[in-house]
Design a binder for this molecule. Structure first.
Ligand code: FA5
Length: 310
């Protein structure tokens, strides 16, 4: 453009033509016009090329796929404890169990008295309780549903009751103040410890889809007699010792025992005719073992990086 404009270099040259003789002026004038025409043609071709390549670059950069799903809220997923709970509910329903629910704000009667733990019994201290001002409490375990279930449905009975429980507890890698349990109970005629053991082993291999090593220790709970603690070999460290199993290699998972006659009586069932077994599975601990999670506090941390993995 420096050459071609009205004040460009070619225009300057043509001004000089007046000084030339006429025949030279005509010859050089034609030559100058030819040069000008060629330059103009070249410029217009090049300009067109530059414009179309700029347009192409924009089209490439601003291309939108109208068929792609719109970006928006990421799809959510079920909490790992909920997933384990639903899986177990399906399993138990397939075994003929009824799934029951109980209140999280519970009465002292169902949480303690009806489970053979009277007010002055030292076993009350085993579960640090959040008491409400009106005398009720946040249930410390799912066992109250044993008596509620018996009252409502009567024997024979096969029930589970998964749910949230609360304890005023020191929090560490394997203890939370808010966690999940799954209560289970069978009440029928002539139920024995052999039935209970067979049932527990079947249950655990279905949950873990592999053989797990378990051990049974005597355990004291006033609502069962005899009572046991069922521990499993820690699946986080394989038994070598870690913070989850407190370096012992074993994780307390499922206390159990034969239902105490007093509890049957509180539930309205005659202990001369009926008996049964009950267990209290630590559902949150089970989810830890299942997914190899080494700190229970992650479940309620609300950390999306943790939750998105499930
Ligand atoms: C009970 O709560 C009894 N109700 C269980 C029971 C039911 C015994 C029926 C006999 C018959 P325990 O306090 O041990 O027992 O708790 C049961 C399970 O809950 C434990 O094995 C453990 O897996 C889990 N658990 C207990 N405390 C915590 C906690 N603070 N955080 C996470 N899990 C816990």
């Amino acid at each position: 453009m420096e050459a071609l404009g009205r004040k460009g270099e070619l225009a300057q040259i043509s001004k000089e033509f007046s000084k030339l003789p006429p025949e030279e002026r005509a010859r050089l004038g034609k030559l100058l016009n030819d040069v000008k025409q060629t330059l103009e043609e070249n410029w217009s071709v090049r300009n067109g090329e530059m414009e179309s390549s700029a347009l192409n670059a924009r089209l490439e950069a601003e291309w939108v796929d109208l068929t792609a799903p719109a970006p928006g809220v990421r799809p959510g997923s079920l909490h790992p404890v909920t997933q384990v709970q639903r899986e177990l509910e399906e399993l138990f329903v397939s075994l003929g169990f009824t799934v029951l629910d109980g209140p999280e704000v519970e009465t002292e009667y169902y949480n303690f008295d009806a489970l053979n733990i009277p007010a002055d019994h030292p076993a009350r201290d085993m579960q640090d309780t959040f008491w409400l001002k009106d005398g009720r409490l946040l249930r410390t375990h799912t066992s109250p549903v044993q008596v509620r279930g018996l009252e409502k449905l009567g024997p024979p009975l096969k029930m589970i009751a998964p749910g949230r429980v609360f304890r005023n507890e020191e929090v560490d890698p394997s203890h939370e103040h808010t966690f999940y349990q799954l209560e289970g109970m069978i009440v029928d005629r002539d139920v024995s410890i052999a039935h209970m053991l067979y049932f527990m082993t079947t249950l655990l291999s279905a949950i873990f889809r592999r053989d797990v090593t378990v051990r049974l220790r005597p355990g004291f709970f006033p609502f069962v007699e005899p009572g046991f603690e069922l521990d499993i070999h820690c699946l986080i460290c394989g038994g070598a010792g870690c913070p989850v199993c407190k370096q012992s290699g074993w994780v307390e998972l499922m206390p159990c025992g034969l239902v105490h006659p007093a509890v049957l009586r509180f539930g309205g069932a005659d202990p001369e005719e009926w008996n049964g077994f009950a267990f209290g599975l630590g559902l949150t601990r089970l989810a830890m073992m299942r997914y190899g999670i080494d700190d229970i506090r992650l479940f309620t941390s609300g950390d999306l990086r943790f939750l998105r993995q499930f």
